[in-house]
Structures are given as structure tokens and as C-alpha cells.
Design a protein. Structure first.
Length: 206
């Protein structure tokens, strides 16, 4: 199989998690999203909600970006902030899960943790904002009057988190092998396309 791993980044409300879960059912490959945070929570003895707060703090701090760059260059892991420790633990967890076999990862800059692997299919899931607002209201229970702000908040958080920890723009299409519009294609079709790519690659190797 050319692709052992799928790393999915997604706009809020674009059904990226649902697509990953459907792809997992089709392929038999495990999918990890919130599970990464749950393992980090257990390893560091920090509540998932607290981890998410640290992540948001990190993504809003330019100094954090500079700090991580300095840490990477200087190898000073022992002096990491809480935000830095959580990010590195997330990357370690993703690496450990990947070592167990093929996997699908949703968010958390998984492509960074898998940087030494050439067999990673990098995917971005998007959709029209109005459709994402409708999904947030219908599926996530977001107040209709707050939907616009919620979509903007989570998109900004994911964008900032990605650029902070990768140094690359989140929506830059050249970062990905495949960009899918779940609003136009639908959840099932997006998952089917990804499964066909994985299946066809596997068959080519036979």
C-alpha cells in the first residue's frame, strides 16, 4: 500500500471526523481524533478540557511559536511550557499509534509527527461556510445566533494551531495531496473517494 496513513485537516463543521470514521469502517483502518487527546490526558494526568485550553493559549501566542522554534533548535525539552509539553506529547502519541500499523488521524498536526514517513496521504476537508453553520446548528447543537461566531472561532483556532506548529498556512492547498468539498460531494462520497485511493494503491502493490 502506497499510503499507510491518512492525515486529515478540516474546517469546522465540514464533517472531517465523520468522514474519517466512515473511511475507517470501509477500510478497517483505525481512526484517531479525540482519542489522541484522551491518551495525552492519561499520560500527563491533565483533563481533556484543560488540554484544549492550553492549545488555544498556544495558538494565540506569537512568543510560543518563537519558543518552540528555539526549543527545536536548542534541544531544551526540559524547559518547555505546558503548551509545548502537550504539543510534544500529542506528537509522541500519534507516533506511537502509527507504529502499530496503518492509521487515520484527524487534526493535531499529525503530518508533523509522521514527517519521516513518505506514505502519508495529506487531506484537507472544506465546505461552504453557510453549510458548515447549518451543520454546527443541526449536529453540534450550536445556538443559531452564535453559529457564525463559533465557526469563525474554531477555524481560527485550527488555523493558528497549524501555522504555529508547522510554520505553514493551514489553508494553503499545496500542503495537501487532496482537497475535498464535503458540502458539494457529501460525507459518504468523500469517504468513498479516500477509500478508493487506498484500495487502488493496495491493489497496485499486489
Amino acid at each position: 500500500m502506497r499510503y499507510r496513513y491518512v492525515a486529515i485537516e478540516r474546517e469546522y463543521g465540514s464533517a472531517g471526523t465523520e468522514i474519517a470514521e466512515r473511511l475507517s469502517k470501509l477500510s478497517g483502518i483505525p481512526s484517531y481524533g479525540i482519542e489522541v487527546l484522551e491518551r495525552v490526558s492519561k499520560n500527563l494526568n491533565i483533563d481533556v478540557a484543560k488540554i484544549e485550553q492550553y492549545e488555544e493559549k498556544a495558538t494565540n501566542s506569537f512568543l510560543y511559536s518563537l519558543y518552540l522554534m528555539g526549543r527545536a533548535n536548542g534541544g531544551q525539552d526540559g524547559q518547555l511550557s505546558n503548551e509545548g509539553q502537550i504539543y510534544l506529547e500529542e506528537q509522541c502519541v500519534i507516533g506511537e499509534l502509527a507504529s502499530q500499523g496503518p492509521a487515520i488521524f484527524v487534526g493535531r498536526c499529525a503530518v508533523n509527527a509522521l514527517a519521516e514517513n513518505a506514505d502519508v496521504l495529506q487531506v484537507f476537508i472544506r465546505a461552504d461556510k453557510e453549510l458548515r453553520k447549518e451543520r454546527a446548528i443541526k449536529h453540534y447543537g450550536v445556538n443559531p445566533h452564535e453559529a457564525e461566531a463559533v465557526v469563525h472561532k474554531f477555524d481560527r483556532k485550527r488555523s493558528n494551531y497549524y501555522v504555529t506548529n508547522t510554520g505553514r498556512p493551514w489553508r494553503e492547498l499545496s500542503n495537501y495531496h487532496l482537497v475535498l468539498d464535503s458540502g458539494k460531494l457529501g460525507v459518504e462520497a468523500c469517504a468513498d473517494i479516500l477509500w478508493k485511493m487506498l484500495k487502488d494503491q493496495a491493489e497496485e502493490q499486489r
